[in-house]
Design a protein around this ligand. Structure first.
Ligand code: TEU
Ligand code: CA
Length: 561
């Protein structure tokens, strides 16, 4: 079966490597990663085969949320470098066949953005309506009961004017008013400025939240997520703004656009990514990373492989020929992949990380590799709340304290889920501070850097880095590229709680992917004739898939008749 209904696009077989600049590589010893530091390491990314870099924000920012609070969209934050450095990065990446995708953070700005400073000046200011200002309720309380991701309430009172402004994130991240056409035009103009530099596209931060219903109704759903989401996530206004953005900006360039979209189902996924709707290339959804916790309430739940398989398969199947997936294990907001889903102990860290990479990279969609995932970097242990940096960790901690949870238990939750795990600097080598900086790193490195680092991984053909490289080669190579990128997907044995197995078909070619998620040996039988073992994270010879003995965390890709 082929997928010819979907017009082929360059980003269909792209592999994205995500860089969180603050934590990637520091070139000048101030302890903060920077753009020249990224340029120094481009060959590491090229060596992996990734051909797109998603660069988390490098714009001017007071860094309340590490750059997701932008105070000037046309300037680079001095700690990250200069506009010349940015131009050089685009050029150097291009010379290696790598496109740069920048983060587009336009649901909100920083409260230190000149637009907001103007807006705050008073009700008559021409920029007042660029943000969302509302009168209090009669009793002086917030205009409605919406919550924020980082604060208890989504509204902050401005004493001077007596009005509240809306912020779905921190009070230093006021939401822009997309209902105002001037705001939209200003955003489009800024997007043209960057795209004209030859960018590969944009990753659009919480883009599914830009539409706010004009009546600002109270939330009535409190059992999941941030109260209010039923009103501001994925509404028709958002789709309308995206189609306008597509017409005025995106349609003029051949770019990859990925919308970050919490609270979405597969039908929403189609609404955003169906090419005929002319919105964006793909979304970045959160269903599968929400299995093991209630994030908003900071409650941990056991990881359930059956649920994981069912969610991933639903996305694979529902978007087939209808839209486009992105697939990922982690990003800068998620814990480390191998610690969360694999086994980060000495014995199985490498094996289980290869298993996880295999399962994900044989799926349809555009895979995202988060910096350090290719080294199987692990979660770091934090001892107390002072050691965390992220504002969300602090917010979750406070929530848990308010619920009467013991500090030790709260720290245990954060040791599983804090966004700081992803933000610990990348381990480049075994020298001081993992070779990340010659100074003092802004967030201390993980002491296990002496064993887990890029120098080791690149020189060891048996490393996770080289396994990922092979997975990328399969996607981009002639032999299996079509089946990996465009093949139809079929989940096998949905009730198998230890082994994840699925098929991919394209034009007479079939792949069988089998992955043991457990630390025990598993025997399984798949009723197919083996043609070739394409990749195996163990060295054993396999001659028959009708009688398979899978070692702990073993993962194989087979071509079958
Ligand atoms: O994240 C949006 C978002 O929904 C996160 O708060 C998410 O719930 C959590 O981080 C996932 O565990 C985006 C950015 O990725 C994040 O870094 C920013 O802090 C946030 O938007 C605000 O811009
Ligand atoms: Ca630096």
């Amino acid at each position: 079966m082929s997928n010819e209904q979907l017009e082929r696009r360059w980003w269909h077989n792209a592999v994205v490597y995500q860089i969180y600049p603050r934590s990637f590589n520091d070139s000048n010893g101030d302890g903060v990663g920077d753009i020249p530091g990224i340029i120094e390491k481009l060959d590491h990314i090229k060596g992996l085969g990734a051909n797109v870099i998603w660069l988390s924000p490098v714009y001017q920012s007071p860094m309340d949320d590490n750059g997701y609070d932008i105070s000037d969209y046309y300037e680079i934050a001095p700690e990250f470098g200069t506009m010349d450095d940015m131009d050089e990065l685009i050029k150097q990446a291009d010379a290696r066949g790598i496109k740069i995708v920048m983060d587009l953070v336009v649901n909100h700005t920083s409260d230190e953005h000149p637009w907001f400073k103007e807006s705050k000046k008073g009700k008559d200011n021409p920029k007042r309506d660029w943000y969302i200002w509302k009168d209090p309720k009669e009793d002086g309380s917030e205009p409605n009961n919406w919550e924020s991701f980082f604060k208890p309430k989504a509204w902050t009172l401005d004493e001077e004017s007596g009005q509240y402004y809306l912020h779905l994130f921190s009070n230093k991240q006021p939401d822009l008013n997309w209902a105002n056409p001037e705001v939209r035009e200003a955003v489009y103009e800024m997007m043209h400025f960057w795209l004209k530099k030859g960018l590969g596209g944009f990753r659009m931060d919480v883009i599914n939240m830009i539409g706010k219903p004009s009546d600002f109704p109270d939330a009535s759903i409190f059992d999941e997520g941030v109260a209010g989401w039923e009103h501001w996530a994925n509404n028709m206004l958002c789709h309308q703004y995206l189609r306008e953005m597509n017409e005025k900006v995106l349609s003029h360039y051949d770019v990859l656009t990925v919308g970050e979209t919490p609270f979405t189902n597969t039908m929403d996924g189609r609404f955003y990514s169906d090419p005929g709707r002319k919105e964006i290339s793909m979304i970045f959804q959160f269903e599968h990373v929400s299995i093991d916790r209630e994030e908003h309430n900071a409650v941990r739940k056991p990881f359930d492989l059956l649920q994981y398989k069912s969610i991933m398969s639903k996305w694979q199947d529902d978007l087939y020929q209808k839209g486009w997936n992105s697939v990922y294990w982690s990003n800068h907001d998620q814990p480390r992949t191998v610690s969360r889903y694999g086994n980060d102990g000495d014995e199985y860290r490498v094996i289980s990380a290869k298993m996880l990479g295999t399962v994900l990279h044989m799926m349809s969609g555009t895979p995202y590799i988060y910096q350090g995932e290719e080294l199987a970097m692990t979660n770091k242990h934090f001892n107390n709340i002072e050691e965390f940096n992220d504002l969300m960790a602090k917010f979750h901690y406070q929530k848990m304290m308010d619920r009467g949870i013991e500090p030790a238990e709260a720290i245990d939750f954060l040791n599983h889920f804090s966004r700081d795990h992803a933000r610990v600097p990348v381990h480049w080598d075994a020298s001081d501070n993992a070779g990340f900086t010659s100074g003092t790193p802004w967030l201390p490195v993980n002491p296990n850097y002496t064993e887990i680092n890029a120098a080791q991984a690149v020189s060891d053909q048996g490393s996770v880095y080289h396994h990922y490289r092979k997975l990328v080669e399969l996607r981009q190579g002639d032999e299996y590229g079509d089946v990996v990128v465009y093949g139809k997907h079929q989940l096998l044995d949905p009730e198998d709680s230890k082994v994840y197995a699925y098929l991919r078909f394209y034009d007479g070619k079939t792949l069988l992917v089998v992955a043991n998620f457990s630390g025990e040996v598993q025997s399984r039988a798949y009723d197919h004739q083996l043609k070739k073992v394409v990749l195996n994270n163990y060295a054993d010879d396999i001659s028959d898939v009708r009688e398979l003995t899978l070692s702990p965390y073993q993962a194989c890709i087979f071509e079958i008749e």
